[in-house]
Design a protein. Sequence first.
Length: 444
Amino acid sequence: RYTGTNLSLSIYSTMGTTKHWITLALFGIVVMADMFRPFLSLSDVLLLATTSTITTTSQFSTNRTSIITYQWSTENNTDNGSLLNSSEPSAMPSNEERDDLLSQNRSIACKWSHDNSTNSNKDCQALLTSLICSKENNNQAPGGRRFLLFGDSTMGPNCLFKNLKNLLIEQGHSQISKVCSNRYSCQATTAERCHNNKLFGLDFPINNTWKPPDMENNAEGPKKYGLFHPFCSDCNGCASNLLLCNLQNATHKCQQQQHDNGDDVSANLEKKSKIPVHGGFITVQFARDVVMQSPEFGTTQENVVLFLNRTYNRPELVQDFGRPICVVSAGHHDAAIPGITKEKFLTNVGWYLNMLDLQCESFIWIATTATKTDEFAQKRNLTEIWNDGVLGLLEQSPILRGKVVFVDGFEASTRCPHQDNVHMSKEWYQRLASLIQNVATAPC
């Protein structure tokens, strides 16, 4: 991703060990020269290669594969620290319409309350709409938008997603049929608690060998049921549920929707029709876990990114629907990992989101809600500290800051009814879903 002064490059390699990082970096320069040929002269490439600062923004490896993300900058910069610790946001890649969102003064957080009468919810909706529309900039994909939720049971089919399933699955399927005629064949798919690689188009590791989590060093899940049942989730009520589409007839096209409401011109000026939207929910209970493993990768997060890259974001789907807006949350399950610290949790969150970055158009981070009591591993004060830490990480990240909104319902959750220690009332999730639905379908 080249913006004139900054370049972000992710390298996917099967070379495996950290000894090859320098080789990968040099290879990346060659790739850059080819990929950015329309924008860069040979002298530009040589300048970047010889005078730039190279900073590793995320790196991880398994026995088979390494993924490394670098950022080059041709600007003079005396501070060469980690990107996640930088206070200066860099220009976002090739998205001039986001300039206002990258301002140092732009808030990326809003306080949300279940009380719909408060102005805070209007602030959240305005901030979220601004983020989404800044990317579309009157160039909305002809098939509408895609929203994907990632998280545990609080985000899943019995809580938040329960109130969005009709919009993203049933109505979404119907909308695609109308907007894209017979171009796509779509099907709603639902995962099970265990062995879900097939749903995501992934093979199982060789000999179905499952590697247990490294809780001590990597703060990885699963911790309960999944720890003793390979390829299974700790959660029994948060199965992934997606609307998956395959190209059926390439000659048919998705038609740009005319956002009007009949022949009344005055009405058209005041109100536009809703944008079609589809998507789903993907179970990711922790910021880092090893529930889903494949021959390529050893963590759920890596394999979800692989699925998005291979299947969900195929070129024709991105052309017609754009990359998904990703609604993400983590924290409740992570808090129960023995020996976990705030620093380890934030490291995992940064690693997770930086991988998702290339697959998601924008992010909505849902702050973890307060617990009902402190009788279990999850504690109210710890939850608040971790939420503040995630917000700080996002604010300081030059890559993520310009494409994320942090919806903070923690304070409101301390005053609201709970179903149990971590799950809020049904009304809470209904009203939070209403916010997301309004944003998802709002025309720009």
